[in-house]
Design a protein around this ligand. Structure first.
Ligand code: ADP
Length: 497
């Protein structure tokens, strides 16, 4: 009986593959890095061919390590870096230009032009997003403008657009399937998130022919069969989601108000909001969580720009610590931050302030301030910024968060997680297995592929039994919590322009 699920986790700097057994345990994984191209300041590009090669190598590596044959797999799932854009020639299957990566700012001017045309409100109503170079729409426009004759070829139906999921599906199925899932579609700024289809108005606004677009399918469903030439057996692709949505699924956030925060370079906090696409009064993004059983479930998303990167700055910019992990012991070596507050507005401030010109600030320094105080203030700042987003959510949704599930590199820091629980006043829950992104992709695929009957069965299989998850209970008094948070708000005010 084939009962393994292989999750392909195609990230910004590396391609990973994680093999899950039917009990939901990750039994083997492999990772392959690939090249980041920076052709000009602010531009970031990837070679789609290298992404594919690295993903295939990782997939083969994971199977080899596990000693599992492809015939023992039930399904493949894909989680991918979101928004990154590829355009390829349908006849040859080859990209017409390198992929433009989500962080790349090369379409900022195109975004300005959309704003000048007064399209912000219309775009937001339809797509749930705010005009930004992150999203795929202006990247597709850029590629068609940059390559001679591409617009005409697109109009003749000769070209295909895809985010990285579509690109991998295209390669895995040897060009048979041109499809994406609801969650990835919702990050393009071309998708009507309410009706679950490509939006004619948005395509027209960017002069993009509909013939470019992949078919949008349920995140848990059929995406064709990966050819036997790749892994040794023909394998159904049964699950696809953008990485943050996959993590939401992997964290079992299936009901309104269930939320997860991923602490990486920045933080991505997503809250499930049910079958209703909720607008935010605080500029949070309204996005599809996933398409499942023929319907769409939604999420609100907020991000913290500088989280783990603040700790990298302590290490590389200031030389205060040798490793990120050292920050924990240093923070614990003092009772508090000694009145020091760090506002890491290195690239401006996000929700709820939305001040792109704000810059970082260190307040409350005295002659007694030590590096331990500054390191502690940096970790505390990550927790305060997360509270800022949670405050926005509390205002935007009916169901208050009753706990926060966490993952990502910096969630390994127990001091940070305890302080997070303290400043939020709700428990913070960290699963034993932090592979939640791959786990989510495996879940979506395994449910459609018959490994798990439904979400409940998947959650039961992959949930932490008994005391395996670490739960950080809030231990701070409400009065102290409020006082500290007020201090943070005052410091933020001083950092604003
Ligand atoms: P990404 O996927 O964005 O590259 P990861 O999830 O791999 O990020 O997490 C890496 C980030 O987490 C780095 O910015 C690093 O500074 C931070 N980090 C890693 N370990 C710790 C730790 N123990 N304490 C605080 N920050 C940490």
């Amino acid at each position: 009986m084939s009962r393994y699920v292989l999750a392909l986790d195609q990230g910004t700097t590396s391609s990973r593959a994680v093999l899950f057994d039917e009990r939901g345990s990750a039994v083997a994984s492999a990772r392959q890095q690939f090249t980041q191209h920076f052709p000009r300041p602010g531009w970031v590009e990837h070679d789609p061919g290298e992404i594919w090669d690295s993903q295939l190598t990782a997939a083969r590596g994971a199977l080899e390590r596990a000693g599992v044959a492809a015939t023992e797999l039930a399904a493949i799932g894909i989680a991918n870096q979101r928004e990154t854009t590829v355009v390829w020639d349908r006849a040859t299957g080859e990209p017409i230009r390198p992929a433009i990566v989500w962080q790349s700012r090369q379409t900022a001017d195109l975004c300005d032009r959309l704003r000048e045309r007064g399209l912000e409100a219309e775009i937001h109503t339809r797509s749930g997003l705010f005009i930004d170079a992150y999203f795929s729409a202006t990247k597709v426009r850029f590629i068609l403008d940059a390559v001679d004759g591409a617009q005409a070829r697109a109009e003749r139906g000769e070209l295909a657009f895809g985010t990285i999921d579509s690109w991998l599906i295209h390669r895995l199925t040897a060009g048979q399937v041109h499809a994406t899932d609801t969650s990835n579609a919702s990050r393009t700024m071309l998708f009507d998130i309410h009706r679950g289809q490509w939006d004619g108005f948005l395509l027209d606004a960017l002069d993009l022919p509909a013939a470019l677009m992949p078919e949008v399918r349920d995140s848990s469903g059929e995406f064709g069969v990966a050819g036997a030439q790749w892994l040794g057996a023909g394998l159904p692709i049964n699950g696809v989601a953008g990485d943050q949505q996959a993590a939401l699924f992997g964290q079992h956030c299936f009901t309104p108000g269930a939320a997860k925060n991923t602490y990486g370079t920045g933080c991505f906090l997503l809250t499930h909001t049910g079958a209703e696409a909720r607008p935010s009064a605080h500029h949070l993004l309204t996005t599809a969580a996933w398409g499942i059983d023929g319907g769409i479930e939604y999420a609100l998303e907020g991000s913290v720009f500088s989280a783990g990167s603040t700790i990298q700055w302590l290490r590389d910019g200031l030389g205060l610590i040798k490793s990120a992990a050292e920050s924990e012991a240093l923070a614990r070596s003092v009772d508090d931050s000694g009145g020091v507050t760090l506002v890491p507005a290195f690239t401006g401030l996000g929700a709820p302030y939305w001040d792109q010109d704000a810059r970082g600030l260190l307040t409350g320094i005295t002659r007694g301030t030590t590096r331990a105080h500054i390191v502690r203030a940096a970790l505390e700042a990550i927790a305060y910024q997360t509270r800022d987003i949670v405050e926005c959510l509390a205002d935007d949704i009916d169901t208050p968060l009753d706990r926060l599930r966490v993952d990502g590199g910096a969630s390994a820091n127990d001091f940070l997680m305890q302080f997070q629980a303290d400043v939020l006043g709700i428990p913070v829950e960290r699963p034993r297995d932090l592979e939640v992104t791959a786990r989510g992709a495996a879940g979506l695929a395994g449910i459609a592929g018959g490994v798990w009957a439904n979400r409940d069965e998947f959650a039961a299989a992959t949930g932490d039994a008994g005391d395996e998850a670490t739960v950080f209970e809030p231990a701070m008094s409400a009065a102290q919590r409020d006082e500290l948070y007020e201090g943070w708000k005052r410091a933020v005010e001083r950092a604003r322009t």
